[in-house]
Design a protein around this ligand. Structure first.
Ligand SMILES: Nc1nc2c(c(=O)[nH]1)N[C@H]1C(S)=C(S)[C@@H](COP(=O)(O)O)O[C@H]1N2
Ligand SMILES: [Mo]
Length: 434
């Protein structure tokens, strides 16, 4: 190290010492932190803390200018906040899934770059100038829209909604399997959408009286296609081109996607190119052999569109073990496809005792809701659970209660209560107790 490099460090230490401030500052800091009950580990009086007394490079040198990142990225120290996949789940990455890092996020909005992806034929790279939305079938006036047409259509609105794949937690149906909340619950994202109510476009086309079903089709190589009942289409579905204030990401269906609030993610067709009105459902692959639930007696539940109330503790969880005794903040997410979350209870003893969590931020219908429990950890083993309640009075069931009704064959629609075992050393594991 050159003398030049060393000078600022020396001089700051020198000044602190000369003024007798180093110990005082540490003592004052120690006191404030002691009041907050957080262990003042590094602030023992008389022992200087180099993270305070040393001058760091970022404090000494000019940083990059405003032109360095025309489109900004997260801090390079946040490299763990990434989507991850589970390689053995699928044969390749084109028809596959990755998972939102919900253990690294807070609040209720999922940043665009980490929204989980589920594609059946890879990401379509659609040129918006070449993209059209067609509306045809049982309508008075078939219509074709360009992206420009849609963006100048009157009646644009903004809404935040969660999207959950019906297979979220599917691997956990028969027992605890994947060790991380990202993998057990990360087939979910929650963003603000901008678009036109589907109802507005259907009114423009004029749905005939026998028009009872809506087919939505994607422009990707999988041409994902689903049937939606007309009641839902006219209620709250949106034709969207923006998420969290900017254009949809290619992974989320750029330039156009249908939003089907509260209903299973598979129906939210991406790269939306065609809407057909018919008088009955089409019985597409995704609503027959997939996204149906085989019961114990051999019959299958179908048209199980709504996502029931669910919650999970995101911290602590296997990827985010407890690190400190004393005060800790337990945090999690709750959601319901039937309405708003009204209450979340948390247990640390495997469901014997429950306490009501603190919901912070808005608890909007069909939207992720954030909850917290501020608690003291003395190093005892914990069995952490959460259970959500929604505005219909529904209470999230245990996995056992679900299996009693649905049998063992199911994959989709697992909204059972999750258990995390926190060991005495803080390590946290996916377990099942009920
Ligand atoms: N066109 C098209 N739309 C699609 C899919 C697809 O493969 N192609 N996958 C569906 C499934 S199964 C889910 S869960 C959601 C995933 O949305 P996301 O990629 O934004 O997370 O999109 C749905 N829409
Ligand atoms: Mo899905």
């Amino acid at each position: 190290m050159s003398v030049q490099d060393k000078t600022p460090q020396m001089s700051r230490r020198g000044v602190l010492r000369a003024a007798g401030l180093a110990g005082a500052a540490a003592a004052a800091g120690g006191q404030a932190l002691a009041q907050a009950k957080i262990n003042p580990a590094k602030l023992e009086p008389g022992k200087p803390d180099p993270t305070i007394t040393d001058i760091q490079d970022w404090n000494r040198f000019l940083g990059p200018g405003v032109e360095a990142a025309p489109y900004g990225k997260p801090s390079r120290f946040e490299k763990e906040t990434i989507r991850r996949n589970v390689a053995w789940l699928t044969a390749g990455t084109e028809s596959s899934i990755n998972f939102t890092p919900i253990h690294e996020l807070d609040g209720i909005i999922t940043p665009n770059g980490v929204c989980f992806e589920r594609h059946h034929g890879g990401v379509a790279e659609v040129d918006p100038a070449q993209h059209r939305l067609m509306i045809h079938g049982l309508v008075d006036k078939p219509l074709v829209f360009t992206m420009d047409d849609l963006k100048r259509f009157p009646g644009r609105i903004n809404r935040p909604y969660f999207l959950e794949c019906a297979a979220n937690g599917g691997m956990e149906w028969k027992g605890a399997q994947l060790n991380g909340v990202q993998f057990t619950h990360g087939m979910i994202h929650n963003v603000w959408y901008t678009g036109i109510p589907l109802k507005t476009l259907l009114n423009e086309a004029g749905v005939k009286p026998n028009g009872k079903w809506v087919l939505v089709e994607g422009a990707d190589s999988a041409a994902m296609t689903r049937s939606i009942p007309i009641e839902k289409a006219l209620d709250d579905c949106l034709v969207t081109w923006a998420m969290n204030g900017e254009a949809l990401r290619a992974e989320q269906g750029y330039p156009l996607r249908i939003v089907v609030p509260g209903w299973e993610g598979n129906m939210w067709v991406k790269w939306l190119r065609r809407i057909e009105i018919g008088d009955q459902p089409w019985a597409q692959r995704e609503e027959t052999s997939k996204y149906t639930d085989l019961l114990a007696d051999g019959r299958a539940r179908r048209h199980t569109w709504v996502m029931d109330a669910k919650s999970v503790v995101t911290n602590p969880s296997p990827q985010k073990p407890l690190k400190h005794k004393g005060p800790n903040v337990l945090s999690g997410l709750a959601w319901s496809g039937r309405g708003a979350i009204t209450r979340v209870d948390v247990s640390i003893d495997g469901g014997k005792n429950w306490q009501t969590a603190r919901i912070d931020g808005p608890a909007l219908p069909l939207c992720l809701t954030r909850f917290y429990v501020d608690f003291d950890w003395n190093g005892q083993e914990l069995m952490v659970q959460s259970r959500a309640m929604d505005s219909t009075g529904y209470v999230q069931p245990t996995k056992d209660a679900l299996r009693k009704v649905r049998g063992l064959n199911s994959i989709y629609h697992n909204n059972g209560i999750q258990t995390w075992l926190v060991r005495a050393n803080g390590e946290t594991e996916n377990v099942e107790i009920s």
